[in-house]
Design a protein around this ligand. Structure first.
Ligand SMILES: Nc1ncnc2c1ncn2[C@@H]1O[C@H](COP(=O)(O)OP(=O)(O)O)[C@@H](O)[C@H]1O
Ligand SMILES: O=P(O)(O)OC[C@H]1O[C@](O)(COP(=O)(O)O)[C@@H](O)[C@@H]1O
Length: 313
């Protein structure tokens, strides 16, 4: 089973407006609220792909109830740790020219009791978990090495740990040797403080992340596809040109594709085809963390995966 950990879920609210005029009253043309936060997007896409994922993490207050209700409607198994504080909202404003501006709240403050309760909840699902995906930011007040602690728990229980987070939390967690990480170009710049413009620079950054402890690294590059590498191989992925309407959640959908492909023991080429076709389909749909199976199947055939002969130089 794939278990997906979202410490900091959110109600993702999408507003469509003609164009943002700073300091002016904005009339919203349409709205949509979804159960979101990176891990919940991963969960929803795993479910669409035909798996029965389990969602865990923290939920609290009215927003927490809303999210639980949405997950139940989608028949997604969940075992969240209840907290007293309110789960956050995140806002994505999309203009007519499809520019997207995101406002991400920090989320609730977590205390030691919450962590103790969470650890007991996690312990109770380890036995049935083959892959543990942890996605997104910490809630406020969480220890910076908490993903490393989770990574070590996975290592001790023979669970593949897929981690999609950023900054210091990611840097510290690399010491627990996560099975896969998926930074995008901005996250790499922030983490390694280096420029990544050329293919060589991207591969160099990937090799650094392997050196720092990751077992497999996927650097996602939006419409330019991705570079995927481990200590034996480097792959370049090119994606077809499509009409993207909302790329928020494409990274999460990619992680879902990876998780499902790994669970189903896909070889690397098919794994990369599935991961990218999920990212593409998400980008083509206005809803965040959503893919259409017919699009995934169509783009699976069109994604180009090439093995590069350039490791260790
Ligand atoms: N505009 C786009 N056109 C085609 N595919 C896209 C587009 N944006 C994202 N994707 C697909 O989704 C994957 C993840 O997107 P990316 O934007 O890199 O992640 P993140 O959301 O984490 O920043 C890409 O590697 C690609 O396969
Ligand atoms: O947990 P974080 O890092 O604060 O991010 C939360 C936000 O990330 C998103 O999951 C989008 O992520 P990506 O575009 O990177 O896939 C939003 O749905 C959500 O509101």
């Amino acid at each position: 089973m794939i278990t997906i950990l979202t410490f900091n879920p959110s109600i993702d609210r999408m507003y469509r407006v003609n164009s943002i005029g700073i300091g002016e009253v904005q009339r919203v043309t349409s709205t949509k609220a979804t159960a979101g936060g990176k891990g919940l997007n991963v969960t929803k896409v795993c479910k669409i792909l035909g798996e029965e994922p389990l969602a865990i993490g923290f939920l609290g207050g009215f927003n927490g109830e809303y999210i639980k209700n949405e997950l139940n409607k989608l028949e997604i198994k969940n075992k969240f740790t209840a907290i007293n504080q309110e789960t956050r909202n995140c806002l994505n404003i999309i203009e007519d020219n499809l520019t997207s501006t995101e406002f991400l709240e920090k989320g609730p403050v977590i205390d030691d009791q919450d962590l103790i309760k969470f650890e007991a909840d996690l312990e109770s699902v380890l036995e049935e978990t083959k892959i543990l995906v942890a996605s997104g930011s910490y809630c406020q007040n969480m220890p910076i090495d908490y993903y490393k602690i989770i990574g070590n728990i996975c290592k001790n229980n023979n669970i593949k740990f897929i981690l999609d987070t950023s900054g210091e939390a990611l840097k510290v967690a690399l010491e627990s040797n996560p099975y896969l990480i998926k930074p995008n170009a901005d996250e790499i710049k922030q983490l390694l403080n280096i420029n990544i413009e050329s293919k060589e620079e991207i591969i160099y950054a990937g090799l650094k992340l392997l050196e720092m402890g990751a077992q497999n690294v996927c650097i996602s590059l939006g419409k330019d596809g991705m570079i995927y590498l481990n200590n034996d191989e480097v792959y370049e992925v090119k994606v077809p040109k499509v009409e993207a309407v909302n790329t928020v959640g494409s990274g999460d959908s990619t992680i879902a594709g990876f998780s499902v492909g790994i669970l189903r023991s896909y070889d690397t080429i098919n794994l990369l085809k599935l991961a990218n076709s999920c990212g593409i389909s998400n980008a083509m749909n206005i809803e965040t963390g959503f893919v259409k199976l017919d699009e995934v199947e169509k783009y699976y055939e069109q994604v180009q995966v090439k093995k590069l002969e350039c490791i260790n130089n």
